[in-house]
Design a protein around this ligand. Structure first.
Ligand SMILES: C[S@@+](CC[C@H](N)C(=O)[O-])C[C@H]1O[C@@H](n2cnc3c(N)ncnc32)[C@H](O)[C@@H]1O
Length: 181
């Protein structure tokens, strides 16, 4: 466990311009961001696999016949995740969130995103959010963790309702639960 934590700190620090963080997200963030996934969830798309901590939590909440597509731009992170998580429901994709629609053709029950939206060009983020809204089933959620509550506008410009929940971590995590009515 200590070795995994140390490795995540080293990997995230080396890649901080892409990861936007020094550490993996906390257990409290994992729990809150996955809170919309239940026995009725069939297809989940994750943006920003990292070293797979949220990925594992999604799989823990997902039914046996569910499917998780997880997108990550850093190929070396995915190599680690392939070793750490062996689960037939998981499809790892080495590409950006903005290209998810090239790979996922089903309707999506939930998006879980931890990509650093404040470091990615705004037009790329907005395009990914609009495509996510289109692919999301009505009544369902796009969930994004941020470390600031001041970017709600980006999400409320696309989704019908945005609720922010805080989760203990250093710094404090703000989980944006974005609803498509
Ligand atoms: C803050 S880290 C979160 C990683 C992990 N999910 C966690 O919660 O600890 C953000 C991750 O998003 C990845 N990333 C950055 N831009 C991306 C993009 N456009 N599409 C997919 N992943 C991206 C980074 O390489 C990094 O692994």
């Amino acid at each position: 466990m200590a070795k995994t934590f140390l490795k995540s700190v080293v990997d995230f620090t080396k890649n901080v311009k892409t990861t936007g963080a020094l550490y993996q997200t906390s257990k409290q963030i994992e729990k809150e961001i996955c809170s919309k996934i239940d026995e009725n969830t069939k297809v989940v798309v994750e943006f920003g696999t990292g070293l797979g901590n949220i990925t594992q939590r999604i799989l823990d909440n997902l039914p046996a016949d569910g499917k998780l597509y997880s997108f990550e731009v850093k190929a070396e992170f995915l190599e680690d995740v392939k070793e750490l998580i062996q689960d037939e429901r998981l499809v790892l994709i080495n590409d950006g969130a903005q290209n998810f629609d090239k790979y996922v053709k089903e309707e999506i029950d939930c998006f879980i995103s931890s990509i650093p939206v404040t470091l990615i060009p705004k037009e790329v983020v907005m395009s990914a959010l609009k495509k996510s809204y289109t692919a999301l089933k009505s009544g369902n959620y796009f969930c994004q963790v941020l470390y600031s509550p001041f970017h709600k506008k980006k999400f409320s410009a696309v989704f019908d309702k945005v609720e922010i929940k805080t989760a203990a971590s250093v710094p404090l995590g703000f989980i944006h639960h974005c609803l498509k009515k």
